[in-house]
Design a protein around this ligand. Sequence first.
Ligand code: GAP
Length: 465
Amino acid sequence: MKENQDNKMDKIVSLCKRRGFVFQGSEIYGGLSGVFDYGPNGVELLNNLKKAWWKASVYEKENYFGIDSGMFKHPRVWDASGHTSGFSDPLAECRECNTRIRVDKELERVGVTADEKMSEAEINQLFDSARDKIACPKCGQKNFTPAKAFNLLVKSNLGDFTSEGSDPVYLPGEACQGIYLNYKNIVDSMSPKLPFGVVQIGKAFRNEISPRNFLFRTREMEQADTQLFVKPNENKAAYEQLKQDRWNWYLSIGIKEENLKWKQHENLVFYASDAWDIMYNFPTLGFDELEGVHDRTNYDLTQHMEFSGVDLRYTEGETGEKYVPWILETSVGLGRMFLAVISDAYHEEEMNGETRVVLKLHKDLAPYRVAVSPLLKNKPELVTKAREVFVMLKKEFGNVAWDDNGNVGKRYRRQDEIGTPYCVVIDFDTLGQENPDTKDTVTVRHRDTGEQERVSLVDLVKFLT
Ligand code: GAP
């Protein structure tokens, strides 16, 4: 059966809630816009994604180091990074119903490209020329205020016990700043030779004007970043390699290549000299940014050197030459990654005359590796044997589900919906009562094909691995 692309996003949102993947943040209070919570199945998929990303980004590389930096940073960090002055989106408000829109995104929708570096006046010139085409998403009127630059940094009141709120400590607008702040510590403690990489999975917060499309645009997010430090004129080949590595990684976790494409930025953000996005074909949205790969030049370290007064130049061991390394970055929001992975895995198809929903997730990403069931839950001898198998597999894999609700068909449907690659059923043949040859064998049912085969218990762990 062909999936209806128009409402696939709605189906995914509904599946995520129904099956414990993702919930609206603060739901019992009516929800908090742009914030989501991961449920029991969601956190497993999220952690598996992080593990797969970390393995590819640290363990399979040489000269790459992981860190985990504190979220709060000195107030000057965001001045040096350019975020207090330049990290803004153009906002306009509907005069009829006070709905706020992001003017650059609305312009893009009607085929007008606004440059990130444009002044407020320039954006407003474009906005005025396209006003008749832009309607309020809530009330449909076209009566907006002029666009104003709206800074996306989220303030905290850490250490500020006055009401003025001067010199605020911000929540991170991008996670990577923690890496730049620790660049010197890493050079001093690990003595790496260039090129070397530093990676981190860290939280970032943005006061997004219109958070929307589920996990795609949120106000709180987690970013998985690689920052590769290279010699000033050795950026080109390394940049191409990084791009290729990231593309290949998506294929390695099972994303279909036809759902990916590259887009080079025409309008660069303030820190980049070249920027490419890996785009994913998101349901409803179509192709949109999944991950950014940026050539940040020596911008970040130069700025931090100037603002902190600390020498951040790298010293060549042999020649003593000093220079500020360039930084090549890959950065992806884990929410977007999660949404891409679940969208790619989502299938509706006919099986045995019924329509089933199945998440064809990569085995290493699925919340559970395997589900174990007794054929009948009211037969103690089957339950006892099934518990034995469950405990054995749990010791081996950890993420093993116990499922004895309803009949076996219903259990298969339930496990299909959360992407469990295998279901193991302990039946009367396992007990060998009728036929001693089948003793200590179990039925293994495959998620993607529905095929079943008998596997001996002594081979089961190897089979599932
Ligand atoms: N350090 C570079 C940086 O933060 P970015 O393009 O602003 O660059 C990197 O963000 C990635 O973070 C994006 O490609 C996207 O995956 C994710 N991202 C950015 N804003 C987001 C938001 N509001 N909600 C969810 N993910 C977001």
